[in-house]
Design a protein around this ligand. Structure first.
Ligand code: IMP
Length: 425
């Protein structure tokens, strides 16, 4: 069986966790392939909210196996906290959670390095979640990292010490004050590693290959969004992994010709958390309304998200880079009550009108060109059938489908599993 992918098409926080949870009953295996605890995937069901950071969003379904793939970076301390929360809810994760031996470990000193690097950048900071993501991927590509499989070695603590010492000397190179007590951090870290080691470590590329051969269905769950991709995002204001479709191949060991459906998730408007260019960002009452009604606060850091109109140029680019086959539109309900809606359908780029996503979208180069739509008044949150959707919302959806040449198969009208409208297959 081919592996299906589910990816965020904007700057993250599109609602991937909810859709994975909705789709999980169709899949035997849910696999994370990149990122780490910088992600915050929110799931709501039975009136309760659950936030996952590293654990795949299929964990609440009894029959799904949840794989943390080789492309993921794991912080044992945060992972343990996630497990503790699952335990409180009687989720039997031991039988359904497997971890790639090739996934890399985030050390306490990676988090400190992240903090030192951001502090040293001053106003030019990335706005990182400070979870140690960048430094851990730097050690991975620099061939210095510690992998999950290394924890099975007798001398892994020696390898740890050498790397942590190196990190401490690197921290002292930054001309910033970072207060920390490494002994304290290490105590917590070593305790958490013990818990991690009690889980099942596997050679995940072989596992995925055999599962495919046995006809198992697999969904690869992306984290962050395409515009935060290390190659195709708004560099340097990006994360340190490939968040796009290709990342699923390298992050799980799946060959490109084994990819099936590519589900692209986007919000009916746009948000961004952290620094970096955002052409359709709003600084007015409309942006404030989107943030308030949409509850736009980071699930990992609690930071408020910047809000703006839908950017079709950026969305087209993301569909193109990922080969999206089906679209899912989230949070249409947040736009209820807006008299007029705007969609950015071109960029004025250095005084020329362009229709593609250029090298640089800094505000001094790019100005959005908008097309306007009539809004809708109806509250969508209680709707469950496509036939109930207001006419003007259908016009908005059909315009996007026509421009993107991809069907919008799901319209989400609220955070709960149940608030999901299937339009067409
Ligand atoms: P890092 O990956 O924590 O280093 O953060 C790099 C940039 O990506 C920052 O602007 C973060 O706010 C953003 N970012 C990282 N993870 C997420 C996410 O899951 N959702 C939204 N933004 C994210």
């Amino acid at each position: 069986m081919a592996v299906d992918l589910l990816l965020g098409l904007q700057w993250g926080d599109e609602g991937k966790g909810k859709i994975v949870d909705v789709l999980t009953s169709n899949y035997n295996i849910i696999a994370r392939f990149q990122g780490g605890p910088n992600a915050g995937h929110t799931l709501v069901f039975n009136g309760k909210k659950h936030v996952l950071h590293t654990i795949p969003s299929g964990i609440f379904h009894d029959d799904a196996t949840n794989l943390v793939g080789n492309g993921v970076v794991i912080d044992p301390v945060i992972f343990k906290k996630e497990l503790d929360k699952l335990e409180e809810q009687d989720v039997d994760y031991r039988k359904s959670l497997v971890i790639s031996r090739k996934a890399h470990i985030i050390l306490p000193t990676h988090r400190l390095l992240d903090a030192a690097s951001e502090a040293s950048k001053g106003k030019a900071k990335i706005g990182s979640t400070l979870k140690g993501i960048g430094p851990t991927y730097m050690d991975k590509t620099g061939r210095n990292g510690i992998r999950v499989g290394d924890l099975e070695l007798d001398n892994w603590k020696d390898i740890y010490r050498t790397l942590a010492n190196k990190h401490e000397s690197m921290i002292s190179f930054y001309d910033v004050e970072i207060e920390y007590d490494l002994a304290d951090l290490e105590k917590e870290f070593f305790e958490a590693v013990k818990v991690l080691k009690s889980l099942k470590f596997i050679d995940s590329e072989e596992y995925v290959y055999q599962a495919q051969k046995a006809g198992k269905t697999i969904l690869a769950e992306g984290a962050q969004g395409s515009l935060l991709d290390i190659d195709f995002g708004t560099y340097p204001f990006v994360t340190s992994s490939n968040t796009t479709a290709a990342g699923a191949c390298t992050g799980l060991g799946v060959a490109p010709n084994q990819i099936g459906e590519v589900f692209g998730i986007f919000k009916a408007y746009t948000t961004r958390v952290g620094s970096g260019p955002f052409p359709t960002e709003l600084f007015d009452e409309d942006g404030e309304t989107m943030g308030r009604v949409g509850n736009e606060f980071g699930a990992t850091t609690g930071r408020s998200r910047r809000c703006g109109w839908l950017d079709l140029i950026a969305l087209k680019y993301a569909c193109q880079v990922n080969g999206v086959t089906q679209l899912m539109m989230m949070k249409g309900d947040v736009l209820s009550g807006f008299k007029t809606l705007k969609v950015c359908t071109a960029y004025k780029y250095k005084s020329e009108v362009i229709n593609h996503f250029p090298y640089n979208i800094e505000p001094e180069n790019v100005e959005p060109v908008y097309t306007e739509f009539n809004g809708w008044e109806e509250d969508l949150t209680g709707m469950s059938e496509a036939s109930q959707l207001p006419k003007t919302l259908n016009e908005y959806i059909e315009f996007l489908e026509k421009e993107l040449e991809i069907p919008i198969t799901i319209v989400s009208v609220g955070p709960d599993r149940k608030q999901t409208i299937f339009r067409k297959r």
